[in-house]
Design a protein around this ligand. Structure first.
Ligand SMILES: *Cc1c(COP(=O)(O)O)cnc(C)c1O
Length: 220
């Protein structure tokens, strides 16, 4: 089996420099995260707050921690002191909570709006219309401790890569159309899409952040 370092090197080789790799470390022990760190990985993605906090405390402080999973508002306070980017904002209520906790920590937290692009019922996210409502809301200006830096999406879990590609392309179109609404607080700079099975397609369709777990660390 190839090592974590070999997996990282292989994936990096396929990525342009505009596409950054978020190493998804969920469920993996810190020993494996350390291995990835020693191989040069600095962007780590977790989907549970407590797990991310524990790993943040155990690992070097030059790691950027990305929250990629569905968030409950009562957990936001634990990650607010250090999280670099929240990929998974799926309600205005959550954005307000992130703002409140960011303010307590004297920080501005960058967030992506998670857009629902898959066919499956189970995935969290906003519709394009709901996301547009958030970025054009008159209430947003009062939330000075968050900024919206782009969009995130997860494609359908299917072997039909044409479906996956079409979903990524749709999200990229939304991303481009939202640029018309950019202001001090809203920029469409990061497009988070692509996982182990589809990150190369996502890159071709314009992803700036791919979230790759099992292709680095093995299956969960
Ligand atoms: C687990 C997870 C990933 C990584 O999935 P892999 O298929 O292991 O690469 C990416 N994004 C999100 C939101 C995840 O929860």
């Amino acid at each position: 089996m190839p090592s974590i370092a070999e997996n990282l090197a292989h994936i990096q080789q396929g990525l342009r420099k505009e596409t950054r790799l978020v190493a998804v470390t969920k469920t993996k022990p810190t020993t494996l995260l350390t291995e990835a760190y020693e191989a040069g990985a600095r962007l780590f993605g977790e989907n549970k707050v407590q797990e991310m906090v524990a790993k943040y405390e155990a690992l070097p402080k030059d790691i950027e921690w990305h929250m990629i999973g569905h968030l409950q508002t009562n957990k936001v306070k634990y990650m607010a002191p250090f999280v670099s980017l929240v990929h998974s904002v799926d309600s205005f209520k959550l954005l307000k909570e992130i703002n409140k906790e960011a303010k307590k920590n004297d920080r501005v937290i960058a967030c992506l709006l998670q857009i629902y692009i898959a066919k499956e019922e189970t995935k969290f996210g906003l519709s394009e219309e709901e996301a547009l409502e958030i970025i054009t809301s008159s209430e947003l200006a009062a939330l000075s401790n968050v900024k919206i830096a782009g969009l995130m999406g997860m494609a359908s879990n299917t072997d039909d890569l044409n479906v996956v590609r079409a979903e990524f392309r749709g999200l990229k179109n939304t991303f481009e159309s939202f640029k018309a609404h950019e202001n001090e607080q809203v920029t469409m700079r990061e497009l988070s899409m692509g996982m182990s099975g589809d990150y190369l397609i996502a890159q071709e369709e314009g992803s700036t952040l791919v979230r790759v777990g099992s292709a680095i660390f093995g299956s969960r």
